[in-house]
Design a protein around this ligand. Structure first.
Ligand SMILES: [Zn+2]
Length: 259
């Protein structure tokens, strides 16, 4: 039914729906690291605990209308809230336009939401919650039956993605006697493998390692951090996976033509 709408209306509807989803992703990003339920209770100001009314919960608009402050205690509201909402809205509109309605659109949107939550939580807490990565592996595998990826490619992606990082983590530990990569990264790349298959998973790992190294060297050169200041690898995995899932197939076919 929705694909019978004029394109502009359909895109606006996708963006509006995305903004609402984004406001739920904000709840996940705030509550998952604290071990709180994501369905109960309803949203409240984290500072004064007052429950928010409906007009304080409107994506992006409430943030602007409230001028980034709580109405009762005047505590600042993080810019992360409207940012995540706007990003999710843009992602839904772009994905609708790029993939068109179908199982691949649904799969990519679920994947994109999971990546966005993992990115934000890892950036702030250096943590990749099992509550996202483990169900993500199952959901990605289930989608592979309908998206043309196929369950074999998805399964190889899970084993290869998780396996490669597991070996790297074990190897690093044996050599340095300290943890360099967490099991969260291992589960996250297994989830990426479930959604996009093994080829794009390897591309994800390459992009993440490359951009991670680049920024790491940049931080060392600018003396803003030493080798020890651990950059959360999950944030780079999220960026790499987003790039691999969208422009990855084009990059791979270009690369294969070079060989
Ligand atoms: Zn407050």
């Amino acid at each position: 039914m929705i694909d019978a709408l004029p394109p502009v209306v359909a895109l606006a509807a996708a963006a509006a729906f995305g903004a609402l989803v984004g406001s739920f992703l904000n709840v996940c990003i705030y509550r998952l690291p604290l071990g709180k339920s994501i369905v109960w209770p309803s949203s409240a100001c984290p500072h004064c605990d007052r429950e928010l009314s409906w007009y304080e919960n409107i994506p992006v608009a409430s943030f602007l209308a409230l001028r980034a402050r709580c109405r009762t205690c005047a505590a600042p509201i993080s810019v992360r809230y409207p940012l995540i909402e706007a990003l999710t809205a843009a992602m839904f509109a772009l994905a609708w336009w790029y993939y068109g309605p179908g199982p691949l659109l649904a799969s990519r949107l679920v994947f994109g939401c999971a990546l966005l939550v993992l990115f934000a939580i890892d950036l702030e807490h250096h943590l990749l919650p099992d509550a996202i990565t483990l169900p993500g592996i199952l959901v990605g595998f289930a989608f592979s039956f309908f998206t043309g990826l196929g369950w074999k490619d998805s399964l190889i992606g899970i084993v290869l993605g998780g396996g490669v990082l597991y070996l790297v983590a074990r190897g690093y530990y044996l050599v340095r006697r300290e943890e360099g990569l967490g099991m969260g990264d291992v589960k996250m790349l297994a989830m990426v493998g479930a959604f996009v298959g093994w080829e794009l998973t390897l591309l994800t790992l390459m992009l993440a390692s490359f951009s991670g190294t680049l920024i790491g060297v940049g931080l060392i050169v600018s003396k803003r951090g030493g080798m020890k200041s651990a950059l959360p690898f999950g944030t780079f995995l999220a960026l790499g996976a987003a790039a691999a899932a969208t422009v990855g197939p084009a990059v791979l076919s270009w690369y294969l033509r070079l060989l």
